[in-house]
Design a protein around this ligand. Structure first.
Ligand code: ITT
Length: 201
């Protein structure tokens, strides 16, 4: 079965391909030209559904790519920091400004935690995975808890990983092996649940 990913985030594509080796996984940009999707909901769940629906409809419109068993998957995710009352949360991708890149978002978050007068704060990642098919729509979630630091260490992973230490470890996801993140991550937990649904198709 082919799974089409409704994302243009290369870090997510790499991780989801790694985590779903039993399926043929392709990003929608390999099928049609990528387009802007406005994620204006206030929950991870709704934003993931917006992305999956938009790509499902776009593939349906581009008749040559459409088949009735099409399965589109979207991931909406982010980091929530306790000392910032859960920010940036659903705004994680735009925390450093509308067109901010991963590094700008990361350093803005470090600056804001420092401004609270602390060196670290409990934090967690959330991932909502939406699945859109002809048979219906489905949503699942996964979480990873840990500590957000006021420094970036290591260059593994992507996004906020260099400032995040998962619970039970002493190093950031920027330093830890990819295999460790694979076992612990919000994305892998949500995908484990998504696979239980996909298996029934
Ligand atoms: P798509 O919407 O195209 O999927 P995006 O990057 O805009 O790509 P989101 O709206 O879901 O994706 O934003 C997620 C943000 O949270 C983004 O800034 C990521 O870098 C960050 N993020 C999500 N999962 C992460 C992870 O596993 N490690 C580090 N940062 C992560």
């Amino acid at each position: 079965m082919k799974l089409v990913l409704a994302t243009s985030n290369k870090g997510k594509v790499r991780e989801i391909k790694e985590l779903c080796k039993e399926y043929e996984v392709i990003s929608y940009g390999e099928l049609i030209e990528e387009f802007e999707i406005i994620e204006d909901a206030d929950s991870f769940k709704e934003n993931a559904l917006i992305k999956a629906r938009a790509v499902f409809e776009a593939l349906k419109d581009s008749s040559q790519e459409y088949d009735k068993d099409l399965v589109v998957i979207a991931d909406d995710s982010g980091i929530s920091v306790d000392v910032l009352d859960g920010k940036p949360g659903v705004y994680s991708a735009r925390y450093g400004g509308k067109n901010a890149n991963d590094k700008e978002n990361l350093y803005k978050l470090i600056k804001d935690i420092k401004a609270k007068g602390v060196e670290s704060s409990p934090a967690h990642y959330t991932a909502s995975i939406a699945i859109v098919t002809n048979k219906g729509e489905y949503s699942v979630h996964g979480w990873m808890y840990g500590v957000a630091l006021t420094e970036a260490i290591g260059d593994g992973g992507f996004g906020y990983d260099p400032m995040f230490i998962p619970l039970g470890y002493d190093n950031t996801l920027g330093e830890l092996d990819d295999e460790i993140k694979k076992k612990l991550s919000h994305r892998s937990k949500a995908l484990d649940l998504a696979k239980k649904i996909i298996k029934t198709f």
